[in-house]
Ligand binder design. Structure first.
Ligand SMILES: [Zn+2]
Length: 74
């Protein structure tokens, strides 16, 4: 299993899905749900897909971990 990030193309997701990931967020810094994120980057690490972005409110990094049933695009 690779220990380095494997980039994935977030923009290949459907607009609806992208919108969901960008708005359905949890910010550890703000301790609030649904603040939204910007500059999303999708990658795979240790066999898990992550979407990383910046909180729209505070700019801190937000990391969304995708569970297996959250993606079936391959
Ligand atoms: Zn925040």
């Amino acid at each position: 299993m690779s220990e380095s990030r494997v980039p994935r193309d977030f923009s290949l997701r459907s607009p609806e899905e992208q919108q969901l990931f960008l708005t359905d967020t949890w910010c550890d810094h703000c301790q609030q749900l649904g603040l939204g994120m910007r500059d999303p980057e999708e990658y795979e690490l240790f066999g898990i897909v992550f979407i990383e972005g910046k909180c729209s409110q505070c700019g801190e990094t937000i990391l969304t971990e995708l569970t297996e049933d959250a993606f079936d695009d391959e």
